[in-house]
Design a binder for this molecule. Sequence first.
Ligand SMILES: [Ca+2]
Length: 415
Amino acid sequence: MRIQQLSRATYVLFVIVCAVLGAPTGKPKRKGCRCKKVYKELQASFDAKFKAFENRFTADLPNLNRIANETMKLAEYNARISKLFENVQFTQDALQRESQTLKSVKNQMLEQRLNLKDLNTNFAVIDAVVKNLSDVIDRLANISPLPALSNKINQINPETKPSIPATQPTEPTSKATTLQEMTSYPKDCHEVHKSGGMKYEGDYYIMIKPEKSPKPFKVLCKVANGTGWTVIQRRQDGSVDFYRNWEDYKAGFGNQNGEFYLGNEHIHHLTTQGDYKLRIDMEEWNGKKYYAVYDIFRIANENDNYRLRITNYHGTAGDSMTTMRDDHNGMQFSTYDRDNDRRSLNNCAVHYRGGWWYSDCFESNLNGRYYTDGQHNDFFQRNGIQWNSIHLHSSLKFVEMMIMPSDGAMNNNHI
Ligand SMILES: [Ca+2]
């Protein structure tokens, strides 16, 4: 309709132009007819072209609709793709976080792996210890007439574990004592060590029975530099009172995992079953250490008041047992309730607060009073733990007395 209105308007405009153009010139009326003819030709041409355009537009309309639909679809796809990109971005972030978590887990696993490696190493060490323990038990079984019982005793009494030195020993149970009384016992620590037991350095607690001893008893064994000693006395912190009577010194007292005296009766049974040597380790409060060894060490029975036999000194501490003055060799044992010393006027054990083989009175007093650091210098009252060849007026910080058979191998320089 608009096109038809436009054609009419064009026609009117054309007539007006023709009238204007024709009037001033005064040309004949034929010219107006010619203009009208041209107009009609133009109109026909225009109509034809318009018709063609209309037909073509009509024909292309489905395509245009299709293009419009495709455009809408493309917009929709574009929106979905944008959404997908958002999702991809979100997933990528999540993966990145997951990757960090996995890295952390991986590091933790590596750490666990190292821990497992250490654990494995520890297991290997424990395996080796168990193997050595088994070897020791086998060797102990070989020296016992009743190996099966020995194995049971070793299981019952933890003190006999030779590969791990016990620091808090427990008293043997009555069951263990009963079983052990049915089998044989080593006569001292050296015998066990010599037969392959207690192969590692350290302290061990075992039951022994010297040949003349009426019953077995517990001892502390000390293994150092390939030798196995039986410890008979130790002073280290003043935790045990050594100012004791005759019966206490006879039976022994204290704690074998701390300070103790094994007892004159036990020492007598130990040292009369063969030739024994004595080793004394000592330490001053300034940390300086000494040792004294006597190749012969023996004490008699109670009837002879545990008389001391000691000779052949060597070591770094100096000889304070067999010197001319107050020679302890050959002396009987004295306590505050048994005066067997050479001093006639009084009892050395009372005066010097110990139990010892006093002469008149001593060159050594290793069972004297324990003085702590700062109190150990006592010039006028020399009742401390004395070893005169180390110091005349100073009490020692540490003392340990131990014995082994004289024919046993010994390293004299193991301090
Ligand atoms: Ca006396």
